[in-house]
Design a protein around this ligand. Structure first.
Ligand SMILES: Cc1ncc(COP(=O)(O)O)c(C=O)c1O
Length: 394
């Protein structure tokens, strides 16, 4: 059991941290203090989608640092970095999503969305689904599904209903009391679970009929990870609120809830300042985000799909692999048990490739390579992963 962080006066989140000592990071690689290069096949858990230290993102950050840092709490003064970040993001979204509220993290976007649902509908009940992971603040944890992770922190929010995911019966449970329905468009922590198109569309219809807001959590599956700019585009639905984070900042901390002006304006009155944040929409994070959205607009989606299906086909052929679940470059590889997953993740790391676990799906490991991964890095990573999987077979 490691106390590596506690021993340095830092809080520790696990007794089994990766313990790598990072010196720098560039492109596809983390460079460790001893000079070792580690190929990052998880993009810092879905954050650095265009590689580490992308020159366009770095230049945007540097320019903003030379212009100004924090000047005032969110929503009081006009800042061009926020305007650029909103403009570039909204350009990628349907017209119905035309107002962005920038916050500091994914969980904060979820908490803000819970408030917006209750404020706008005047109702209390929040619906989410089995397998859901929405973050770790009290609000986001309350609507997440892993009961083991919630138990020590009870009581959490009440009036939360967790319904069976992807089950037609859940649609009928959305009633006139429901303020908001929260769904990861593609579930991440549940091991990359892709719902049925008709189910999401029925959910959309039920929300409209019952006066509930549909909130899609694309904190992990958004910003290109699914093979389109936003995962909801695969399902031909538009949410009332879209929650974003992770890759939104190109490596800087930022989250967002995106909605419609007519809903969002209600946070500005009754009460005045109904949702406020000091650092939300930080100018440096917004400058990086504006650059990340710009890069997203130029992704070669066909090439991304070729990379994804190459990974899928290569790994599916290995005996020990039970299933590869994938949309775009959002990938789970399910093995026979958690022990095997541990061996593969450790074996790959010993051979210079970083994979990682899911919190709630121990029998699978995650892969989320950079959207612009080079041919060379792809081949190198795949070779190492295949070799480790084959070692389990023999
Ligand atoms: C789907 C989803 N929602 C919410 C969150 C919470 O985001 P954050 O860790 O930035 O608070 C995460 C983080 O992994 C996530 O994957």
């Amino acid at each position: 059991m490691s106390r590596a962080f506690l021993n340095q006066g830092l809080a520790q989140t696990t007794m089994h941290p990766l313990d790598l000592k990072v010196k720098s990071a560039r492109g596809g690689y983390l460079i460790l203090e001893d000079g070792t290069k580690v190929l990052d096949f998880i993009s810092g858990i879905g954050v650095s989608s265009f590689g580490h230290g992308h020159p366009i993102i770095n230049a945007a950050i540097q320019e903003q640092i030379n212009t100004h840092l924090h000047v005032m709490v969110y929503g009081e003064v006009h800042q061009s970095s926020q305007q650029r970040a909103a403009k570039n993001l909204l350009a990628l979204l349907p017209d119905a999503l035309d107002a962005v509220y920038f916050v500091n993290s994914g969980a904060e976007a979820i908490d803000g969305a819970i408030k917006l649902c209750r404020r706008v509908t005047g109702k209390k009940k929040i619906v989410s689904f089995t397998g859901a992971y929405h973050g770790n603040t009290i609000g986001a944890l309350s609507i997440s599904a892993n009961e083991i992770r919630k138990a020590p922190f009870q009581p959490l929010l009440d009036q939360v209903s967790i319904l069976p995911w992807n089950e037609p019966s859940s649609i009928d449970s959305i009633d006139n009391e429901t303020a908001g329905v929260f769904l990861e468009t593609i579930q991440g922590d549940a091991g990359i679970r892709i719902p049925d198109v008709h189910w999401i569309q029925s959910l959309r219809k039920a929300c409209t009929k019952k006066g509930a807001l549909l909130v899609l959590d694309e904190i992990q599956c958004g910003m290109g990870r699914s093979g389109k700019p936003f995962a909801f585009e695969h399902f031909d639905v538009v949410p009332d609120i879209l929650c974003l984070g992770k890759a939104l900042g190109g490596g800087m901390p930022i989250g967002a809830m995106v909605s419609n002006v007519s809903l969002m304006e209600q946070l500005a009155y009754a009460p005045d300042l109904g949702h406020i944040t000091t650092f939300g929409g930080h100018p440096v994070a917004c400058a990086a985000s504006a650059a990340a959205s710009q890069l997203l607009a130029d992704v070669d989606w066909e090439e991304l799909e070729r990379i994804g299906s190459r990974i899928e086909v290569e790994l599916e052929g290995i005996d020990v692999v039970q299933e590869v679940r994938r949309m775009g470059l959002f990938i789970a590889v399910e093995l026979q048990n958690a022990d095997q997953v541990n061996q593969v993740v450790k074996g790959c790391l010993d051979n210079g490739v970083l994979l990682f676990y899911f919190l709630s799906t121990p029998q699978a490991f995650r892969m989320a390579p950079h959207l612009n991964i080079s041919h060379e890095d792809l081949e190198l990573g795949l070779d190492v992963i295949k070799r480790q999987l084959t070692l389990l077979d023999s």
